[in-house]
Write a new protein. Structure first.
Length: 647
């Protein structure tokens, strides 16, 4: 069985190492011999000064192009001789079973658009469409139990039609799994105040001494610590200013909600800070966390000049932005002779273990097999209420076909752990409360779970408390965790080197036989005939049914640049390190994953009774194999055909 797939593709280079592959049906119009261009001149309308994006032509369902990793940037609505004035763009949406996709199309600048969903033919509407205008959203759910392909159509509804640029963001999630947190939150009332220039222009981020600003937020993910290179170079940075006097002492404080970890910087008034969020010019003081288990910031300083002092704040917490992640900002003048107020103790005892926060899948702590992690406890991180419960998530690298055993030990303070293991799709595999009834009877409430990994990737381990303590009591509930490769050995009883000697029971004395009494003999009985029944040995044991021979599929995958367009993998054309994934077509169970070698080849030998789906995510390609051996060739044909010679 042979699969030969020829994809015409163009490579789009993005910043850093990001590379997007875009499917083309035909791209001959990108480059043609000079003589052909001279014979067929192409004129663009005056209102269109820009070239089409690299997905063009994709104006019908038949010429739709596959999605590249989100976000898809630089998409355009254009007008060409071959396109309709409003330039309809079609995209291919592929979904594994039990998956849902949310696509959001957003136009940049003035304009309007709408995104709609259809079946693979592009004729029957599918999915749920919400909104049109500057932003439109489409949701498609695949609950058919098998791999499906759909079409998404983005229409330019500008009036009159004109050039417009837009983007597509999408999220794929598992039906029944935890709903991903939507990215983004609404800006607060003081935005935009991302730089001193914006603050000076709008003059809305002024705070009076003695005043507190509330319900502030960072509506996008912002910057990292200044202790090294910034993690991100963009995001919501908040600038404020207040009037201070020379010789006066001021206390600037932030109070934060979960999801906010402020870092504060104060700049002097005799020189304006440049519009650069990483500047140290004029910096007076800075602070990250000013008390334990509190991610707020506080700076106390004495003014050197009369004038405007600048406050810069950014968020070091990189969790997704949602509503309710707010902070307050206050500026208070403190008399120099007045002692500073004593910081009130935190409402809950300190002592969260070193891996907090790890209370969900996205924040799971990466651990290694064979390493014991001790001094763990159930103290929640920044608990909003006294009844907050701490759950600890860990992430363990696993390999297909290998047994793993995770267990808790060293329980303290009356701990009674429970362990649950999830696969990399966050679907539960199994769990355990108490290792054995014998341990439970002895008051030992450790947990242990062993499983065989069906894939290569990560497994999630959740450790919880059967009787969850209050937030103030979690510190005494301690445990250790270790995950080993293999099945736990069955304990062998240790023999007692000094076993107790059994005392024989007392027997009554045997009375001596009376004198002259003859010894009795048994009374003889006549011989009896025994009944013999013939036995057929073959009828005693049923003939065992032969075990079916498991089916092994041999699958060869070749990924290459088909420079000479012969459909074959020739020397020097192989694409290395391309991920290839195998899964059961009926259940979706992962069967294996590998990467192509330097020649662009990878071979699989999998045992499976049903058809197997082979997917190459890098190229948005998948197919089903049900016969063996099978060879799948995926050739990337250059989209540009240079002329045979340059005149």
């Amino acid at each position: 069985m042979r699969h030969s797939i020829l994809l015409r593709r163009a490579v789009v280079a993005a910043l850093g190492a990001a590379i997007a592959l875009v499917v083309f049906v035909s791209a001959a119009w990108l480059l043609a011999p000079r003589s052909a261009v001279a014979e067929q001149p192409v004129e663009r309308p005056l209102q269109q000064p820009f070239l089409p994006d690299l997905f063009e032509p994709n104006d019908t369902a038949a010429t739709a192009k596959g999605l590249i990793p989100s976000p898809m940037l630089g998409l355009t609505f254009v007008t060409t001789l071959a396109l309709s004035p409003d330039d309809i763009d079609w995209y291919i949406v592929t979904l594994d079973p039990n998956r849902t996709i949310d696509l959001t199309a957003t136009i940049e600048g003035a304009g309007a658009l709408i995104i709609e969903g259809f079946d693979v033919s592009g004729t029957t509407a599918v999915g749920t469409q919400v909104g049109s205008g500057s932003q439109s959203r489409l949701t498609i759910v695949n609950n058919t139990g098998s791999f499906q392909q759909y079409r998404a159509r983005v229409k330019n509804i500008l009036s009159p039609p004109a050039f417009a640029r837009y983007r597509i963001d999408y999220v794929i999630s598992i039906i029944g799994a935890l709903t991903p947190t939507p990215i983004g939150a609404s800006p607060d009332a003081y935005e935009p105040n991302n730089s001193p220039a914006e603050v000076r222009t709008r003059n809305v981020s002024f705070i009076n001494v003695g005043q507190q600003l509330t319900s502030l937020n960072f509506y996008t993910t912002t910057l990292g610590s200044t202790g090294g290179p910034p993690i991100f170079a963009e995001g919501d940075v908040d600038w404020y200013f207040f009037f201070g006097r020379a010789g006066s002492t001021y206390r600037v404080t932030t109070e934060v909600q979960p999801g906010v970890d402020t870092e504060m910087f104060i700049y002097r008034p005799d020189q304006l800070p440049p519009d650069n969020n990483f500047t140290t010019v004029g910096l007076i003081a800075a602070n990250d966390d000013y008390r334990p288990l509190d991610r707020g910031s506080q700076v106390i300083f004495t003014g050197l000049f009369d004038g405007i002092y600048w406050i810069k704040l950014w968020n070091k917490d990189q969790s997704p932005r949602v509503a309710g992640q707010t902070y307050n900002l206050s500026v208070v003048e403190v008399a120099p002779s007045t002692p500073l107020p004593t910081i009130p103790p935190t409402p809950y005892p300190s002592g969260a273990d070193r891996f907090e926060y790890n209370g969900d899948f996205d924040s799971a702590t990466l651990i290694a097999p064979g390493v014991k992690y001790d001094n763990l406890n159930f103290v929640p991180f920044q608990p909003p209420t006294p009844n907050t419960v701490d759950n600890d998530f860990f992430r363990l690298p696993v390999k297909q076909g290998v047994y793993y055993t995770c267990e808790t030990l060293d329980l303290t303070g009356g701990s009674d752990t429970n362990i649950i293991v999830y696969n990399q799709d966050r679907i539960g595999i199994g769990g355990n409360d108490d290792i054995s009834p014998e341990n439970k009877a002895l008051g030992r409430f450790e947990s242990r779970f062993t499983w065989l990994s069906g894939y290569t990737g990560y497994a999630y381990i959740l450790i919880g408390e059967v009787n969850p303590p209050r937030a103030s009591e979690g510190q005494i509930r301690g445990y250790s965790l270790i995950c080993n490769i293999g099945i736990p050995a069955t304990p062998t009883p240790t023999p007692n080197p000094n076993p107790p000697t059994a005392t024989p029971p007392l027997l009554p004395p045997t009375p001596p036989p009376p004198e002259n009494t003859p010894t009795p003999f048994p009374t003889p009985r006549p011989a009896q005939n025994l009944i013999v029944r013939p036995v057929d040995p073959g009828a005693l044991q049923p003939t065992p049914a032969p075990s079916p021979t498991p089916r092994t599929l041999l699958i060869d995958v070749q990924v290459f640049n088909d420079f000479n367009r012969n459909g074959l993998l020739d020397p020097g054309e192989g694409i290395a390190d391309a991920s290839v994934r195998l899964s059961d077509e009926q259940s979706g169970t992962p069967l294996g994953q590998g990467f192509t070698d330097g020649d662009g080849r990878v071979r699989f030998s999998v045992v499976n009774d049903g058809p197997v789906r082979v997917a190459v995510p890098l190229l948005s390609f998948s197919t089903v194999v049900n016969e063996t051996p099978a060879t799948i060739r995926i050739g990337i044909e250059p989209a540009i055909t240079p002329p045979e010679r340059i005149p």
